[in-house]
Design a protein around this ligand. Structure first.
Ligand code: S3P
Length: 466
């Protein structure tokens, strides 16, 4: 997990941002690729896997439960590929995974250390729930505040027994989950729009006899569904009369090993993309970005605000739509952000708020109550930080109202507490590029959870970190 001594930094842009970069692999897809490979029988190969700390926590947990996972460095084994920065990033590495088979997870010896990763925790709780094993989940200070009741509830209905920390609000880590086999199949209607809860139930359903169903009133990222099918699980998606998605999985599936190529993470691409929109004279290409419609709404919203964003060379990689994103500096206009697509850009609001702070006129963003239970309370933390650097912001229970500068730089001149939240740290790194006085982020360490190489890649485009 990231170093405990804080790594402060401030970012500035002496001139336009220019050039072409590729961001690391998609975090959501990387977690799922490891988990499903670890349950297939035979060897899966994964390329482009994110080597961020969150994903490494998933890899360690799957190893602790019996999977054989080897990271073959391109520098040492993978066919003599060229040396260079990409090797240091680990993007060229090939991961070879021998799974244990559905139902074959072993009792882990120690606690599963989840670090900062909500996705690892919730999805793995689903996997453990339908195996006759017991696992203890621990996490860092941020993760230990996040509510797990949203997964404890359906997994308990399936027969799992969970003891969370007494007194923790919403069922918090550390917690102990005693799984059961055979578990009971359920039909579960999601009370919150959450891909993590959906995935936890579907993954529990993998080793449960019969059909497990999740009813999703609001569509959330569908990587689990796509990948489960890709591995050979019997999974159906239907539309209910009220528009909800009904996802059914037949349990006791046999998964076939796969070769997966993970596309670049749109949630990481969001930071250089907004930076290019805001810094005058910029023109930046971000290559190989995943544009699954359940993930890519930020780019639509930025276009609605007047952002010059093109998708070049559209193609399919590993069953996911991918393109190169070309972004040029633009004069943005404030808007009312659409509530229908909140789930399809749920992680992108912090950086959208930065864009809104530089736009002309008012941006009203609502329907964002889920942001309060992410790695930090992203509504409160963004409101406080933006105000500290001179933006005009009003905090609502479920969102923010932001009156932008019309393109003028923000005053800046403050230190921002990132609160163990990678996306807060990166959002204020971008805000620093368009502020008069320095914006210091108290700790860039958490960025390694999702976007290793962030500072270096921003540097390749012309940003300066001090
Ligand atoms: C994720 C789902 C989202 C998102 C998180 C990753 C996933 O969380 O915020 O970063 O990989 O399923 P919720 O499902 O809790 O909204």
């Amino acid at each position: 997990m990231h170093a405990s001594s804080p790594r402060p930094a401030s970012f500035s842009a002496p001139g336009p941002l220019r050039g072409s970069i590729a961001v690391p692999g998609d975090k959501s897809i990387s977690h799922r690729a490891l988990m499903l490979s670890a349950l297939a029988i035979g060897e899966s190969r994964v390329e482009g896997l994110l080597t961020g700390e969150d994903v490494l926590a998933t890899a360690a947990a799957m190893r602790a439960m019996g999977a054989h996972i080897v990271r073959e460095s391109a520098a040492t084994g993978g066919g003599g590929r060229a040396m260079g920065a990409s090797i240091e990033r680990g993007d060229d590495d090939v991961w070879r995974i021998h799974g244990v088979g559905v139902g074959g997870l072993l009792q882990p010896e120690g606690a599963l250390e989840m670090g900062n990763s909500g996705t690892s925790t919730r999805l793995l709780m689903g996997l453990v729930a339908s195996h006759a094993i017991t696992a203890t989940f621990t996490g860092d200070a941020s993760l230990s505040k996040r509510p797990m009741n949203r997964v404890i509830e359906p997994l308990s209905l399936m027969g799992a027994d969970v003891t969370a920390t007494p007194g923790g609000k919403g069922g918090t880590l550390p917690l102990m989950l005693r799984g059961i086999s055979p578990a009971v199949p359920i039909d579960y209607r999601l009370p919150v729009a959450s891909a993590q809860v959906k995935s936890a139930v579907l993954l529990a359903g993998l080793n449960t006899p019969g059909i497990t169903r999740v009813i999703e009133p609001v569509a959330t990222r569908d990587h689990s569904e796509r990948m489960l099918r890709g591995f050979g699980a019997e999974l159906e998606v239907e539309q209910a009369a009220d528009g909800a998605r009904i996802i059914s999985i037949r349990g006791e599936a046999e998964l076939r090993p796969q070769h997966i190529v993970v596309p670049g993470d749109p949630s990481s691409a969001a930071f250089p993309a907004v930076a290019a929109l805001l810094v005058p004279g910029s023109a930046v290409t971000i290559a190989n970005v995943g544009l699954n419609p359940t993930r890519a709404a930020l780019f639509d919203v930025l276009r609605m605000m007047g952002g010059d964003i093109e998708f070049a060379n559209p193609r399919e990689v590993g069953g996911e739509p991918v393109a190169d994103i070309v972004v040029r500096h633009s004069t943005l206009k404030g808007i009312e952000t659409p509530v229908e697509t909140v789930a399809s850009m749920v992680d992108e609001y912090p950086i959208l708020f930065v864009a809104a702070a530089l736009a002309e006129g008012r941006t009203v963003a609502r329907g964002l109550e889920e942001l309060r239970v992410k790695e930090s309370d992203r509504i409160a933390v963004m409101a406080e930080g933006l105000r500290a650097i001179g933006a005009r912001v009003e905090e609502l229970e479920d969102g923010l109202i932001i009156d932008g500068t019309g393109g003028d730089p923000l005053p800046g001149g403050a230190t921002i507490a990132a609160r163990l939240d990678h996306r807060i740290a990166m959002s204020f790194a971008v805000a620093g590029l368009v502020s008069k006085a320095a914006v210091t982020i108290d700790d860039m360490g958490p960025v390694a959870t999702s976007f290793p190489g962030f500072t270096r890649l921003m540097g390749e485009l012309g940003a300066v970190a001090a």
